[in-house]
Design a protein around this ligand. Structure first.
Ligand code: FAD
Ligand code: SIN
Length: 520
């Protein structure tokens, strides 16, 4: 089947939905999402969304905190732009129906997280993402110009290369004309022709054995754009959240929000001693890269599989009232957080790198935008400041919408695009090969390309990856299309990018820590 739309949006998290809501005023929008519409990383966000709301906070302070967390590898212009637009974007989110917690005076109750010098995190108890996703989806579902294809999988974007004369030289430009979208139910791959395409496919957490990310986070957008020869950068900066709940059987790993440390919880070792003072003067509230490495080191030294987060000294009622989800979750596992310490360990959480975009979220491919976690905007540098991700998604989706609405009138559909060809492909009965290769990949990435790296580990990872790559490409060519094989292929592409970019960076900075290059 062929379909034509003005705006194609791949992804229904905060980045995709906030963009769709804005461009829907200017044309027809199709949102393609590979699971239930609300099954996104956005829905699981706990701590909240960082924004400058009141004094004593200032834009300058938030800018400085972002730069420090990012080890000064952030793009200063982008940092300033994002932060100074934060207050307006938050107001929009509220106008769309999102409710943030307020105190008795009616002011927003602002939380604090690692690396923030002020209380500036708006939240809805410990379920902020759930509330944002709810409000956005409610608004989207009322819009007559928006159609949602739920449980449809985007396989690849449709692109063509053109030699164009630019100033004094010929340039090879890539244009995007939409995407091939697979419906697993009917097993039909649709050709969706679009004037503009927004990639908002989220993170890459499932590249690792333990992650806080939902199952959908398999780096599909980054892999698609990489295959189409778009520019990807900063993939070596994979953020591990210091505190996911230790419960080895559970996937994804349940997050214990950093806001709990902002509330006064303290990291402790098996001897009940706080240890963060050995690593950083900001102790439990140091930026994430530092805390995750400290925990990793403590675990290696003690031989234990976790450390503890201690909340037992905090006011019981306030603790339960502010973190009801965490309280209930831990209690269901026999841990009463008002009386018992919580066993925690780091898990893969966030990709700072991705599809390179400019301040309007335009990528290196014409008519292709990227926003949210799959994009690399320059905001995070070598390490993202907590709760800056939801904000980044809003700011860049907003800017993309302004850009796209101006472009749309001058873009025509490209009619001569061939349909997806899967003739002659045999039915895939080798599910076991896909599952095993995925596990192998995740274990290899966790062991060699995790929190601490070395040149030798990275080379070993690349050697192992090339075997899995060859096997999977051969399987892909012989098999009929399935979501599982596409996701594995995407994870392999993303794994390759992480390893290659990590090998290229001959220093330890932010989230990229290589023992062969001691941190200055
Ligand atoms: P997502 O919300 O992940 O949405 C991605 C969408 O793309 C999904 O709809 C998915 O189905 C779709 N998709 C992907 N591939 C395809 C495909 N091939 N075809 C069709 N559809 C596809 N950040 C903060 O700022 N504050 C927090 O408090 C916070 N807490 C977090 C807690 C957890 C547990 C996690 C996992 C993350 C947290 N983050 C937080 C990070 C933040 O939630 C994410 O970075 C952000 O929500 C990403 O939004 P997104 O719209 O880019 O992607
Ligand atoms: C958390 O609540 O600790 C997660 C915040 C984030 O990832 O920004």
């Amino acid at each position: 089947m062929r379909k034509k739309v003005d705006f194609l949006v791949i992804g229904s998290g905060i980045a995709g939905l906030s963009y769709a809501l804005k461009v829907a005023k200017f044309g027809e929008v199709l949102i393609v999402t590979k699971s239930d519409s609300d099954e996104t990383a956005t829905k699981y966000a706990q701590g909240g969304i960082a924004a400058v709301m009141y004094t004593p906070d200032t834009y300058e302070k938030h800018i400085e905190d972002t730069m420090i967390a990012g080890d000064y590898l952030c793009n200063m212009e982008i940092v300033k732009m994002t932060i100074t637009e934060s207050t307006k974007r938050i107001q929009e989110l509220i106008d769309w129906g999102t409710q943030f917690d307020k105190n008795e005076k009616g002011d927003f109750e602002l939380g604090r997280e690692g690396g923030h010098s002020e209380h500036r995190v708006l939240h809805h108890k410990d379920s902020t993402g759930f509330e944002i996703e709810r409000a956005l989806l409610e608004k989207i579902r009322q819009h007559p110009n928006v159609e949602i294809w739920e449980k449809y999988f985007t396989v690849d974007i449709i692109t063509q290369h053109h030699l164009r004369q630019k100033v004094n030289r010929k340039m090879d430009d890539i244009d995007c004309y939409g995407a091939y979208v697979y419906d697993p139910k009917s097993q039909i791959t649709h050709t969706v022709l679009a004037k503009t395409t927004m990639v908002a496919t989220g993170g890459i957490g499932n590249l690792y054995a333990s992650t806080t990310n939902p199952k959908i986070s398999t780096g599909d957008g980054v892999a698609m754009v990489y295959r189409a020869k778009g520019i990807i950068n900063n993939m070596e900066f994979v953020q591990f959240h210091p505190t996911s709940l230790y419960n080895p059987k559970e996937k994804p790993a349940f997050l214990i929000t950093e806001a709990l440390r902002g509330f006064g919880a303290i990291l402790k070792d098996g001897e009940n001693l706080s240890f963060m003072n050995k690593y950083d003067k900001r102790e439990s509230l140091a930026p994430r890269d530092i805390v995750a490495r400290a925990i990793d080191n403590e675990m290696k030294q003690s031989g234990q599989e976790y450390v503890y987060l201690d909340c037992t000294h905090l006011n019981k009622n306030a603790l339960i009232d502010s973190f009801p989800k965490i309280y209930a979750k831990c209690l269901s596992l026999g841990i009463d957080i008002t009386k018992n310490k919580i066993p925690v360990l780091p898990s893969a959480h966030y990709s700072c790198g991705g599809i390179q975009v400019d301040k309007n979220a335009t990528s290196s491919i014409q008519h292709l935008y990227a926003s949210g976690e799959c994009a690399s905007t320059g905001l995070h540098g070598a390490n993202r400041l907590a709760s800056n991700s939801l904000l980044e998604s809003l700011v860049f989706s907003h800017r993309a919408s302004l850009h796209a609405q101006k472009q749309i009138e001058n873009i025509n559909y490209k009619e001569d695009i061939p349909d997806w060809n899967d003739e002659g492909m045999i039915h895939n009965e080798e599910m076991v090969l896909i599952t095993q290769s995925t596990k192998e990949l995740q274990s290899m990435m966790s062991n060699y390309v995790g929190i601490v790296r070395s040149d030798l580990r990275l080379q070993r990872a690349l050697d192992r990856l090339s075997i899995i790559y060859r096997e999977t490409e051969s399987l892909f060519e012989r098999s009929s299309l399935s979501v599982e094989i596409c996701e594995l292929r995407n994870l392999i592409n993303v794994g390759y990018l992480v390893i290659k970019m990590a090998q290229k960076r001959k220093e330890s900075i932010g989230l990229h820590f290589n023992i062969d290059y001691p941190k200055k």
